[in-house]
Design a protein around this ligand. Sequence first.
Ligand SMILES: [Zn+2]
Length: 503
Amino acid sequence: MTTATIFTRGSAGLAAPAVAIQVHITNGLPAFTVVGLPESTVRESRERVRSALLNSFFEWPDTRITVNLAPADLPKAGGRYDLPIALGLLVASGQLAQTGLENWECFGELGLDGSLHPCTGLLGGIIAATSAQRRCLVPLIQAPQLARVPNSVIVGAVDLLSACALIRTPSAPPAAPSRDLQETRAYPDLADVQGQGCARRAIEVAAAGGHHLLLNGPPGAGKSLLAACLPGLLPPPHPRQQLEIMQISDLMGDPPLAIRPFRAPHHSASPAALIGGGASARPGEVSRAHGGVLFLDELAEFPRAVLDTLRQPLESGQVLVSRVRGQHWYPASFQLVAAMNPCPCGNAGASGVTCRCGQDTIQRYQARVSGPLLDRIDLHVTLQRQTAEDLLNANNINESSKQVARRVSLARDRQIERQGSLNAGLETAKLMSTTALDAATQRWFERAADRLHMSARGIHRCLRVARTIADLERAPTVEQSTLLEALNYRAMPVVGHRVGDSL
Ligand SMILES: [Zn+2]
């Protein structure tokens, strides 16, 4: 045989389009040409494949070799095509039989000595190959991780020679899924947060309804600690979301993550780092926080242009990264926790300390965060600096994350059962029927909304939060006291007063 076809997968965002490696050997002057939009790492495969073949006791055909990576318009990068190119060469030169190879998809980078090296971003390929009902040949070291994909048949090879042997053995045992994934992580415990009763309650409501949260308060109030507690309050991700979380950590070359991530990018992060992009498109922080929590500390210090890029993922739960050679969708359904100081010096509104900032400076500082972004954050809560009594009182025994997580999980189950989504994503049309306000409560709420000059969006947000509070309390309807609590979580000037005072 002088031609051969081996199947593998490319990488485009989380998708893994099928790629057929066609190898053709003809008479002529010795040459090795790769066509089909190969990037430099793929063009260099010639040297790796040649050395690997010779060091695995195969012959290198000294004739004209053409390798076509189809489809031709899909850019191909990385060393993952080495193994299929080598296998194609062996088949085309008659050193390996073609029979049965159509049931396999092969992945892996070759070393000069013929050993198989791991590659990033294979998980998407395995998922796609499994739904195409093909077996997968991968580097041995990655096999247990990749075998986590349900229904997959993964065979791991240590080098080119054993890859050829395994592919010829129909009874080659598939790899067992690994159990050493990072499935537990010591998130800070809510019991370690001293005082801050109001913020503790807000974070429980945020966890229960999937609401975004803004923590407002002076430095040292414990904002970062509270935010880091949130992933520990959420139930484990459902299997499909867990696969997506693993796929993104796999694309980044990180150890596969099977738990809800917590990402806290610095305020000097560029739009590409936050949203995704770069010369070769990569997921950004919003996608790396998919299924978990994105924490933006010092929100007002982020450049406005960077913050405005958050609107698309907040709205749609995914992000489109456009590059010259195509567009990639990445999932980006995260829970946002933002923290900001009330003013540049951090002391505005605090008792016992003096704020050195002028009123103008404070207003300019707070205006750095755009209205549309704040509008998408359901819960706004103001923290006070912890007092010495809060910190030193040994009688303060707080509820642990585990206790709160139990209530959160029950409240979430109630929402899914009732409306198929969490309250944060509840459609406006369904709001009134799910909150089921009685006539008197509705009139009271209308008066309150009028007096507080609330926008339509603000009213809807308030109802969603109220529904979550009622779910935490297992209440079928939303009462006036619940609405009053929800009104206290609405956006308002940082240096202000509580809603109850003005009603
Ligand atoms: Zn100040």
